[in-house]
Design a protein around this ligand. Structure first.
Ligand SMILES: [Zn+2]
Length: 542
């Protein structure tokens, strides 16, 4: 997220999958009478070499133009092959803003076999989705009778961008097909890709243009999703007569599933997450509250008098500001752009190369008091030499960080809380935001909570429509703003009730309404019976 703040949205999303039939792998295993999956170490090593090369092509050889930053995450398929999800952030003058630009780099059509036979074969081997749907219901992409990857796509004469900002790639109905598993697949089944990368790397490489308007956190959630888990059950096959006690807790183990490839990847200490440029986590603290690390039996006098106690990352920032005029041009978050933290020396030094990292100041929620206000000041004030400098606004000294924030206009009219929820929404899921809002209510932090609610309800209820659509198994279901607000208030009320309070305690806040049908969400039978969208039915029959 720190990279997004600095770079804006990523431009391209690339998925690169290991090909077990790469000649480098086959050469090794076939001469030994083995199959590729017998040597996960070889698969991992070769994939890492090719991935490094691909990143070099993207970043240094600028296949898609000058690159500002690269992030990737490695995942392992169930049967074990590694693949990389890569996010590419391009320089401002190397973006692909028009559909014509997208056509230059991304294709989703079958090439002409006679004109470009190599390319044709590569698309046939790696870039055709399916068969799935009615042709093969057992395909792994199928769920509830539908392809989860939404194939087949629609034929379109030219590339367009839909109203939600998603690209629809050109797929002409030109009669070209590729036979896979005895079924003819046409342009509707081509996975979007780039010809150069496909031919060079001889593997499945999906290249997608990123939607620039949708909230970025969902993309990151996908990139950073956790390990595969498998729930394994152990049961006793022969039940002893009369022994009716079954320890259900012991019967189920939530196991983490690691494929052989993942195991070797980790043994080799290859990165699972990669970021370039590096993100420096910036610590900060209130006066005399820095962290001190010591052993149990260290004498306390000695610990307190250690010279390093006075040299935290944060305090060294003050020190650097005293001597360097260049340092004083920067806020704390901007500092790692030009200075580098030397953990061994406990000080910041001027960068000697053009390399840099992006600073990220720890998030602290409101309610942590002074620390929260200190952080607000750090976002705006440049070059302070001591804590007092931070509290000095327009040549006027203030007693607390909070007063200084007031003087700067950072916390007028509950603005701080609206800003805080907005900031947290760039990385936090709506459920977290609702907890944050409830916490602000419970701590009586906001002077006019109804204003904060008005300004942020859309962020707090971002997941509700999606939830409804899943529940109704209808991707086109809609909810009105009032319905969304009401559902969100219901969820907030649940959080409040878990803390022994309710909206009755906050008279200025709108209260949730409860429909009789909505009361018992826990009863599956009733719920299943009520699984229809009253709104769309009303529209249909009016
Ligand atoms: Zn499918």
């Amino acid at each position: 997220m720190a990279i997004c703040k600095w770079d804006g949205y990523p431009d391209l999303f690339i998925t690169f999958t290991c090909n077990p039939k790469w000649p480098e792998i086959l050469r090794h295993v076939t001469s030994r009478g083995l199959n590729p999956e017998d040597r996960p170490d070889i698969l991992s090593r070769v994939f890492k070499i090719k991935l490094d090369r691909l990143i070099k092509d993207l970043r240094d050889n600028k296949v898609f133009g000058a690159v500002k930053s690269v992030i990737y995450t490695i995942e392992f398929q169930k049967r074990g092959l590694p693949h990389a999800h890569i996010l590419l952030f391009l320089h401002e003058h190397n973006k692909y803003p028009t559909v014509g630009d997208i056509d230059q780099i991304i294709t989703a059509e079958i090439p002409d076999e006679t004109v470009d036979p190599h390319y044709y074969r590569a698309v046939k081997s790696f870039m055709m989705h399916g068969p799935c749907g009615s042709a093969r219901k057992s395909s792994p992409c199928m769920q509830n009778g539908r392809c989860t990857k939404h194939f087949p796509k629609r034929f379109t004469e030219s590339t367009t961008i839909d109203e939600d900002g998603y690209p629809i790639y050109k797929r002409r109905d030109n009669g070209r097909t590729i036979k896979k598993d005895g079924i003819d697949l046409d342009n509707r089944y081509v996975v979007p890709h780039n010809r150069f990368l496909l031919l060079k790397y001889d593997a499945h490489i999906n290249v997608e243009w990123c939607n620039q308007s949708r909230s970025i956190k969902y993309l990151f959630k996908y990139v950073n999703k956790g390990n595969d888990r498998a729930t394994t059950a152990f049961s006793i096959s022969v039940q002893e007569e009369g022994s009716s006690v079954v320890d259900e807790i012991n019967m189920y183990y939530d196991c983490r599933y690691i494929s052989p490839c993942e195991a070797t990847w980790r043994i080799f200490k290859f990165p699972i997450h990669y970021r370039q440029p590096f993100v420096e986590r910036l610590s900060f603290h209130l006066p005399s509250e820095q962290h001190v690390i010591f052993s149990d039996d260290d004498p306390i006098d000695e610990v307190a008098s250690r010279p390093t106690v006075r040299e935290s990352m944060f305090l060294s920032w003050f020190e650097t500001n005293k001597t360097s005029s260049e340092a004083r041009e920067l806020t704390y978050a901007e500092f790692p752009l030009k200075f580098v933290w030397k953990p061994k020396l406990k000080r910041w030094e001027k960068r000697k190369t053009s390399a840099f990292s992006i600073g990220r100041i720890f998030f602290v929620p409101p309610g942590t008091g002074d620390l929260y206000y200190l952080r607000l000041l750090l976002n705006v004030i440049k070059g302070p030499k001591c804590y007092e400098n931070l509290k000095r606004i327009n040549n006027h000294d203030h007693n607390t960080f909070r007063e200084a924030c007031f003087a700067l206009g950072l916390i007028d009219d509950d603005k701080e809380y609206v800003d805080c929820i907005k900031e947290a929404s760039s990385w936090g899921m709506p459920s977290y935001l609702r907890q944050l809002f409830s916490m602000l209510l419970l701590s009586n932090s906001m002077s006019r909570p109804e204003n904060v609610w008005q300004a942020t309800w859309q962020l707090l209820s971002e997941d509700i429509l999606h939830e409804e659509r899943v529940l109704l198994a209808n991707p086109e279901a809609e909810l009105t703003d009032d319905e969304l607000k009401n559902r969100c208030l219901q969820k907030l009320e649940k959080v409040l009730k878990s803390c022994g309070r309710s909206f009755h305690d906050f008279p200025t806040m709108q209260r949730p309404l409860y429909n009789e049908e909505e009361v018992d969400h826990n009863n599956r039978l009733i719920h299943d019976e009520l699984r229809y969208n009253r709104r769309s039915l009303l529209e249909e029959h009016q």
